[in-house]
Design a protein around this ligand. Structure first.
Ligand code: APR
Length: 313
């Protein structure tokens, strides 16, 4: 059987780490795609990664390219094309620059990779993944946004460190948009099934929730650009769930058709990802406070989606 093909659209910081993880985990052959001005950069990165693969013994091929035909027939596409945040910027500030980029990527993906499972990472995430789906007309189950796995990862790490337990045992769930009003759900957060409030005080939990909400910004401030190791690791978990039909329950930006009371919007919700893509959206009972927080988050996502829709061609 031929190896799977993973096309990474954007060969920058996240794209490079995605390629590294895909090779290390032997998910398939990797195409690192970027714009013509960055083609040599993509080729150089690909060569460096292939040389690194000799040490792990992975046989996957990695190529760098600016030719969409090299992406043809990809099983999975992961999109990081666009610009990242700089200190002081919100994700929403990127919409003007990243919207034409996602449209260009959508048109090419539709032409060359119509059967791929697509994971969007470019920000503002919820609006970019919405526009990708709208523009391509791809089925909703084949287009997801990566945000919740990353937000939950940040939440889990802070909780594990504070509780003094292994990161392996923390199960955390974050709903809503990928913005500072995301909704970390304490009621569904446990240490191997034991509720988190047994380990961490209410005040400390509140400060961890706040740190999670601004977790991306914390890194932008420190590095001058946005995070890449954890975003790449999170998207690879989603790609693996699809490629290996793992049926994992992962918080994902998924297209809603009435779930949680929302329609025609991408929002972070628990989703089961397997060979069918988003196979199921799991609806959790929420407290009144959680519902209100989700409504606030959805409203801010909708305001960016409205900007995108207003300029739709
Ligand atoms: N097609 C393909 N690649 C493109 C296109 C395009 N039309 N336009 C820009 N790119 C490429 C850039 O040339 C660059 O190499 O996307 C790459 C983005 O890489 P970085 O600038 O290193 O950004 P990165 O940190 O990887 O973040 C990418 O993910 O998390 C989000 O907010 C982040 O929107 C940003 C995206």
């Amino acid at each position: 059987m031929a190896r799977k093909k993973i096309a990474l659209i954007g060969a920058g910081n996240i794209g490079g780490e995605l390629a590294n993880l895909a090779v290390m985990k032997q998910l398939g052959d990797v195409v690192l795609f970027d714009i013509p001005q960055k083609e040599d950069f993509a080729k150089g990165k690909a060569l460096d990664l292939e040389q690194a693969s000799t040490q792990s013994g992975a046989d996957a091929r990695v190529i760098g390219t600016s030719n969409w035909e090299d992406c043809a027939g990809a099983d999975v596409i992961i999109i990081t094309a666009g610009v990242p945040r700089k200190p002081g910027q919100s994700r929403d500030d990127l919409v003007g620059i990243n919207l034409p980029i996602i449209r260009n990527v959508a048109d090419n993906a539709k032409k060359h990779c119509p059967d791929a499972f697509v994971i969007v990472i470019s920000n503002p995430l919820d609006a970019m993944v919405y526009e990708f789906k709208r523009r391509t007309g791809f089925p909703a189950e084949k287009v997801v946004g990566m945000a919740g796995v990353l937000d939950s990862a940040r939440f889990s790490l802070f909780l594990a460190r504070e509780a003094g337990v292994s990161v392996k045992d923390v199960r955390a769930m974050v709903l809503g948009g990928h913005g500072d009003d995301m909704v970390p759900l304490l009621s569904y957060t446990t240490v191997s099934g034991v509720e988190i409030s047994r380990f961490i005080s209410a005040e400390k939990l509140e400060s961890i929730v706040n740190r999670t909400r601004t977790g991306g910004g914390e890194i932008v401030k420190l590095m001058g650009t946005s995070a890449y190791y954890a975003p790449a690791a999170s998207a690879i978990s989603m790609a693996e769930a699809y490629l290996n039909d793992e049926k994992r329950l992962l918080p994902s930006a998924a297209y809603l058709t009435g779930q949680y009371g929302y329609t025609d919007i991408y929002l972070g919700v628990p989703a089961i990802i397997g060979a069918g893509g988003v196979e199921q959206i799991v609806e959790l009972p929420l407290t009144e406070g959680e519902k209100a927080a989700l409504a606030k988050s959805a409203a801010s996502v909708q305001s960016v989606v409205d900007v995108v829709k207003a300029s739709a061609e």
